[in-house]
Every structure is written in structure tokens, then in C-alpha cells.
Design a protein around this ligand. Sequence first.
Ligand SMILES: Cc1cc2nc3c(=O)[nH]c(=O)nc-3n(C[C@H](O)[C@H](O)[C@H](O)COP(=O)(O)OP(=O)(O)OC[C@H]3O[C@@H](n4cnc5c(N)ncnc54)[C@H](O)[C@@H]3O)c2cc1C
Length: 457
Amino acid sequence: MPNNSTAPIVIVGAGVAGLTLGHLLSKTGKPVIIVEQEAKVGGLARSFRYNGFTFDIGPHRFHTDDQQVMNFILEILKDNHLVIPRKSGVYMFGKYFDWPLGSSSLFKLPLKVMVKSFFDLLRKSQVKNPDSFTEHTISQYGDTLYRTFFKHYTEKFIRIPCEDVHTDWALAGINRAVIDKRVKADTLFDLIKGVLLPKRVDTVFIYPRQPGVDNFCRILADNIRQQGGIVHTDTRVKKVVQDGTAINEVELSNGESVEVDKLIWSGEIHSLAGMLGLEPFPLRYLSMVCYNTAVRGEPTRDYQWIYYGDRSITINRISVPCLFNPANAPEGYSGVNVEITCFEGDEIWERPENMIPVVRKDLNASKLVRSEDDIEEIWIERIRNTYPIYDLPYRQNLSKAMSELSKLENLMLLGRCGTFWYNNMDHSMKMAMDYAEHLLTGKELQGKEKYFAINQR
Ligand SMILES: Cc1cc2nc3c(=O)[nH]c(=O)nc-3n(C[C@H](O)[C@H](O)[C@H](O)COP(=O)(O)OP(=O)(O)OC[C@H]3O[C@@H](n4cnc5c(N)ncnc54)[C@H](O)[C@@H]3O)c2cc1C
């Protein structure tokens, strides 16, 4: 609802969502304060720089089907952008394949797998439990591809058994992250049709010309400051002062107390629940360790990112930042960002350096480096709350959490962590745009389903 309060709108989180909203509101003169706990802005779209190398958190590219969002990305980046053709791969059965699978790749599959996959086509399996990731994936891709790739890849990634995973993880994680939407490949039949009657699909994405995806967020933060807004980094919300169903004030870790018109929360929701005196929600976020690796010489493959479905390999995915923008690595070097998912507090999170020998071995075994000696240095970054876990009961648990939090009339949850949403940057931007319109004009908000495939079955 538009209101005439002179108290600021306080936005927790300087990720893509919080900064997009802060930019749009401050542009109209609304008082805005952004509070970010990290030392720099960007959230999951932040970047790390060392000795001439720039690494993002995994592969980060701008792509969207929404023209309004694309216009916004270009309005912010202006000429500071490159348009790059996408090329991604998957490593399984000890080999690299283009992903989504193309005609040349299918014939590289082991004969037994190829034949069994064709037979799967004739045996359409029934889905008894529509919430089951396993049943959904088998019905879409067949038992053979499920057992040889999806099950192992998914369990390695999400770190819970596939039997406990909700179908929504497939809708977001496979359909969007693994398979390009423009290559119709959401069933085994589509995959095979694409192989027999290949149709060339050129997909491109946008990446900043200046090294690092975080340039987008850095520009937004500069704009907000120029428009009179405040962006605090290295600052947390320590306390939320409530009066009945309204939040009146927040206390920040820098000692300030700020009166609140609206509190927009794009961080993880557990710390908020704690400050509001609510019982912990039974919802979990996955975290990740990035092993940002300096490698001598050019990349050995031209894939920008590669999924590792092979059982012999521990790492989940790699990306090569200089294939997004050559300026991401110094002359004569390439960087490889290696992702290993984990839970905060587990062995990998607590002692990530113990995985360095595994990272070195996997890079060598999968021929991503010419020799282990070419690995010059590995910088470790721990990244919290990278993915919401879509386990079987998550929808019920999320709906209970949302109904508790929605009792606070001037609290709005935003973005990936704030709404427990396995989304992309364009979704976070679009949501922030809709929130800005709502706050400025009173236009009604719709659920996040409108941006996301959650109800597409
Ligand atoms: C490995 C990986 C690869 C990805 N690749 C792509 C891609 O190629 N393209 C794409 O479009 N999207 C990609 N995404 C998704 C994209 O990163 C997110 O959709 C987007 O960055 C989410 O932005 P957000 O602002 O909603 O949330 P976040 O980026 O999570 O921002 C939330 C912010 O809140 C801060 N915060 C949390 N709690 C507090 C607190 N108590 N006080 C103060 N601050 C707090 C956090 O530090 C964080 O900065 C990828 C994500 C991952 C993890």
C-alpha cells in the first residue's frame, strides 16, 4: 500500500532482489536503508577477486524470457555488457557430453545405456505420488537415465536421498538448471526426438564487460547512494522491535536504531524467526564451498560450466570464468570454480581444506587440467544458504512458516532466501519490480508461482 510515512523502508539483504527494489524506490525519492551482513554487495551474485582472477559463485549469467527484466538489466549495465553464446556440458561414464544432449553426444553413450533408454520410451511409468521427485523423473526420462545420471547427480548435490526429494526440485533444478528451456528436453521422448531430428538452438547470455557478475549489484548500490538511499555493508539486523502485529524499529549491529515503515527481508528466514520469538521452522538451506582454482594455461574444454554426474567424481559442478569474460583471468592462466555443496556446520563446511586433495584429483581425473602441477593455487570461499532444500514435506512446512510471518503487517519477504525459492536472478529482479510497483502505487501482488514453474504439473 502506498503510504506517506517518512520512516524509511528497510531492506535486509543487498543481493539482486534487495538492490533492485532499493534502486526503484530511491529513484522516486522514497527513503531506503539497505542492510547487508557481508562486506560487499551482491549476495549470491557477488564475486571474489585475487591476483588478477575474478570468480563468481559458480556460473552466473544473465538470461531471461521477460522483456521488462531484460530491459532493466540493459538499463543498468548499459554498454558494460557482453553477449556470449552458451556452451555447457555434463561429465558421465568418464566422458564429456554437450548438455542438453545433442545428436553427436547420444552416440557416445555406452551401448547398453542407449538401448535401455530407447526401451524406457515404450514403458511409460505411472506417477502414484505427484510429490515424488523419483517418480516424476523416471516418468519423464525413464528408469535408465534416472539411475545412471539423475539419481546420483541429485543426491550428490542436494545431500539427501532422492526418495525424500520433492518434485519441485526437478521442476526447478533439472528443467531450469540442467536443461535449457529453449531446447525442449523435459521428457526422454523430447531428448530422443532432438537427437533424431536435431534442431540447432543458439542460446546466448549477458555478462558484464568489467570482470565479475557483481558489477550489476555494484552499479545498483552506487545508484541507490546517489539517489539518497543508504547501503550499509558488514551490518546485521540484531533486533526487531515489534508492537502487536507491526514492526516499529530495527536495531543494527553498527549500533544504530532505525524506525521502520516497512521491513523487507531477503535474507534467510531462520534468523528473522528467532528475532521474532517464533519456533524454528523445519526448513533447511543447503550451503556450498567454492574452490576457486588458478590453473596455468588455457582451459582444456570450451564448456562454460560442466555438471558432474559421474560416480567416480566428488565435485558437483565446475565453471570457467574466463569463458564468460576473458578478463576474468590473467594472461596465460584460466580459473576453475569448483562447487561442493554441504550443510553449514558439517565436515566439509568446518574443514573445507581437507577436500583440496579431492578437488585436485577430480580436476586431473576429468582432464580439466593438463596435469595437477598446472594447479597453482586454490582459494576457498564458504557460501551460506545457496539453495532451499525441497524435501517431501517442504510445501506444508513453508506454508506454515509463511502464515506465521504474514501476521506481521509491515513485513514483506523477498527474493531467493526470503521466500525459500530456488530461483534465478531474473526472478528476484521481477519480484522486486512488482514489490516496487505495489509499494509505490498500491497495485496488488500475486504469488511467486507466476514467476516460477512450481505449479506447472
Ligand atoms: C551456484 C549458483 C549459480 C547460480 N547461477 C545463476 C545464473 O547463472 N543465472 C541466474 O540468473 N541466477 C543464478 N543463480 C541464482 C542467483 O544467484 C539468485 O537467484 C540471486 O542472486 C538471488 O538474489 P536475492 O537478492 O534474491 O538473494 P541473495 O543473493 O541470497 O541475497 C540475500 C542477501 O541477504 C543478506 N542477508 C541475509 N541475512 C541477513 C541479515 N540477517 N542481515 C543482513 N543481511 C542479511 C545475504 O548476505 C545476501 O547478501 C545461481 C545461484 C547459485 C547458488
